[in-house]
Design a protein around this ligand. Structure first.
Ligand code: DC
Length: 227
């Protein structure tokens, strides 16, 4: 593709954003950037430091100690926290809760803005997150907002956690999903809401391939109109 393109994929947790964004990247030859991983890495650092992720002043005081970078290998995106590859460690449910809490802190969002904006400015990217279409890439060529029912999202998350050996019930996962939805969409700064020009895909009844086909249809149509 000669023209550099930018695709934003936003939506709540468990809606399948990362699965979709990875597939779009593969199909269109774009770099996939998982921005949630950055919030998870800050959450992990706070957890290791024994800091309450909801106490803004304490988390903010940690930020000067944090060096984050994103790398790309055959296995996909790697997140490097102060020289350590923490890509696996950030995938626990504790890291998810910490990520959601630290993501409501303005200084944390500001801290992570530059790295995300830099990736966005390079173009030929598909980024997933909560504020990609509204804050990080308001100029994205295509903005997708992925949705699925809370029960469906909790079920997917439950299967993922089980596969990793975490002992949780589906009900606990649903509770956590609902709590995180509420926190992410009602926070004051960069709430997880769709951009005005976002195109919605509800994939409650779609599998990953069907979701990809729908997304590619939307992207190709949008790009055709832009040319
Ligand atoms: O997508 P995820 O579940 O890995 O994201 C973890 C948390 O990070 C999520 O609860 C909200 C926050 N987040 C955010 O506020 N903005 C983003 N662009 C990405 C994630």
């Amino acid at each position: 593709m000669s023209q550099k393109i930018k695709v934003a994929v936003d939506g709540p947790s468990g809606s399948g954003k990362s699965t979709l964004a990875k597939k779009i990247a593969g199909e269109l030859g774009l770099v996939y950037v998982d921005t949630g991983a950055l919030y998870r890495a800050v959450g992990l650092y706070a957890a290791r430091a024994g800091v309450d992720p909801a106490v803004s002043s304490q988390v903010t005081a940690l930020l000067p100690q944090i060096q984050l970078s994103l790398g790309y290998t055959k296995e996909g995106q790697r997140v490097v926290l102060n020289g350590e590859d923490v890509s696996a460690q950030i995938r626990t449910s504790q890291a998810a809760v910490y990520a959601s809490k630290v993501s409501a802190i303005p200084a944390v969002r500001k801290f992570l803005l530059e790295i995300q904006k830099k990736m966005a400015s390079e173009g030929n990217v598909v980024m997933d997150g909560r504020d990609i279409g509204t804050v990080i890439m308001p100029d994205a060529d295509v903005k997708l907002f992925l949705e699925a029912s809370p029960a469906q999202r909790a079920h997917r998350r439950y299967l993922e956690l089980q596969a990793k050996g975490e002992r949780v019930t589906e009900e606990e996962v649903l509770d956590a999903v609902l709590q995180r939805d509420r926190a992410d969409s009602t926070r004051e700064i960069a709430p997880a809401v769709p951009a005005e020009d976002a195109i919605f895909i509800d994939n409650s009844q779609l599998d990953a391939e069907q979701t990809l086909s729908r997304a590619l249809e939307i992207i190709r149509e949008k790009l055709r109109r832009l040319r």
